[in-house]
Ligand binder design. Structure first.
Ligand code: ZN
Length: 320
């Protein structure tokens, strides 16, 4: 028997979810329900019926029938769920829309099982809209546009390693509470997803946010996590990749100094290193990235909402 749960109390769950997660991304402030079709007593809620490339949705699964194994699939990738901290009937997840996921319709499929083999499922259709990304024309050292064969091989091996890490789904949820902006001062950075042209050559879109900061500025962990990678990469320079668990990773690049090592557990706000200008850059800044279940998402999406700020100061030209 299929139960359509298209009507739900939008505000109640949004704010309870935001409270329990300790976050309410700015992009999720205006909420409407998303239709989902479920069997077996499950109920699925998404924070919005549509989402743009590079953004994030919250998912809540009500599992009052007591299924023990729950797993989702979205854009061909595994989507894990964590148990709500206070209500064992509720499981939650974050759904990332990759910055290059084609506009159109995306389908989230959630399956639930129990030991006796009984199963149930939910599906939700999410409209994917095109993101608005600028084109950046940048001048960098030619070796970062036409690397020699040795550097090319090194860069490819590093990219492979990063993909292998991102493909991991650490079942623990290491983070607790709100994610933070990684440097002191106001949130800034506008070039997530930009289509980039280096020395006249088109390159893949920019998968993070470039934050203007001087060399030596402390870089802090956005939330608690385990250091999955700490070292020098060809394009990213000195870099730290944090695994927050549940398929959520944040990436900090171009550092002048790294203060952590692989395997370390770092608390929210812990010192990861210092801003620098290593790797493919035009000047000192912090490149901050977010991947959620292998979807490249604007990291500002995972921060709590803040009151609208004056635009002054946000339009500063950022070295790449
Ligand atoms: Zn960058």
């Amino acid at each position: 028997m299929y139960v359509v749960r298209a009507k739900w109390k939008k505000c109640a769950w949004i704010f309870s979810a935001a409270f329990l997660l300790g976050l309410l991304p700015a992009a999720l402030r205006a909420q409407v329900s998303a239709p989902a079709t479920c069997s077996g007593g499950l109920e699925l809620k998404l924070s919005a019926p549509e989402s743009a490339q590079g953004t994030l949705l919250h998912v809540e699964l009500s599992n009052s029938a007591g299924f023990t194994e729950v797993q989702g699939e979205w854009a061909g990738k595994e989507v894990p769920f964590w148990l709500d901290a206070t209500d064992p009937k509720i499981r939650r997840s974050l759904l990332g829309v990759d910055l290059e996921q084609p506009p159109g319709s995306g389908k989230l499929v959630v399956t639930a099982k129990r030991e006796n083999g009984e199963s149930a499922s939910c599906t939700a259709d999410v409209k994917i809209t095109a993101g608005h990304f600028v084109v950046e024309k940048l001048a960098v050292d030619e070796k970062f546009v036409q690397p020699n064969p040795e550097d090319q091989k090194r860069a490819e091996q590093e990219t492979k390693r990063l993909h292998e890490i991102y493909a991991g789904r650490t079942p623990e949820k290491y983070w607790n509470g709100a994610f933070r902006f990684p440097v002191a001062g106001p949130r800034q950075g506008t070039n997530f997803g930009s289509r980039r042209v280096f020395n006249g050559v088109a390159r893949p879109p920019h998968s993070g946010l470039d934050i203007h900061a001087g060399t030596g500025t402390p870089v802090h962990a956005s939330q608690r996590g385990k250091v999955a990678l700490a070292g020098n990469l060809y394009y990213a320079g000195n870099a730290v990749l944090l695994d927050h668990g549940q398929g959520v990773y944040t990436f900090y690049c171009h550092l002048s100094k790294i203060n952590v090592k692989e395997g370390d557990m770092v608390d929210a706000g812990g010192l990861l290193g210092l801003v620098g200008a290593t790797g493919r850059v035009t000047g000192p800044h912090l490149h901050w990235g977010l991947e959620v279940n292998e979807a490249r998402v604007n990291p500002l999406q995972i921060l709590p909402a803040v009151p609208a700020r004056k635009k002054s100061g946000a339009a500063k030209k950022i070295p790449q």
